[in-house]
Design a protein around this ligand. Structure first.
Ligand SMILES: [Zn+2]
Length: 126
């Protein structure tokens, strides 16, 4: 799968198998985290946590602008970028995100219900 991805990124594969590959392409969170480590891990460690966090915040700003414009393709790309940078921060911090999100696997972690029954204060919803 990794070899296919590399060929695809170098545009050495024709469109038909690429489309077929993309439709079948599914990753667990842990697989994606490992993939991001393979692609960017070395560069991320050289950049360091503080500068990487600034990159992440810049991507969140781009997501904010995309949400305002509400164009599906742009939104998709900005969500992907934010998620990738979040995963990078987890890699640099030694956090396994698949384990971390288990916090949400059964119910709302605060009230213990599905759907959540927590009452939001006005200050929390702007
Ligand atoms: Zn709740």
């Amino acid at each position: 799968m990794i070899a296919l991805q590399a060929l695809w990124s170098e545009k050495k594969l024709p469109n038909f198998p690429l489309d077929s590959f993309q439709r079948k392409f599914k990753m667990k969170i842990s697989e994606f985290q490992n993939w991001i480590e393979q692609i960017y891990g070395e560069k991320d460690r050289k950049r360091g946590l503080d500068k990487t966090f600034v990159w992440f915040i810049e991507e969140v700003g781009e997501l904010a602008r995309a949400l305002h414009r509400n164009k599906p393709q742009e939104l998709s790309e900005e969500f992907a970028d934010c998620f990738a940078w979040l995963v990078t921060l987890a890699n640099l911090s030694g956090i396994n995100l698949e384990e971390a999100v288990r916090k949400y696997q059964k119910c709302c972690y605060k009230c213990g219900h599905v759907p959540c029954q927590c009452v939001e204060k006005n200050s929390q919803i702007g």
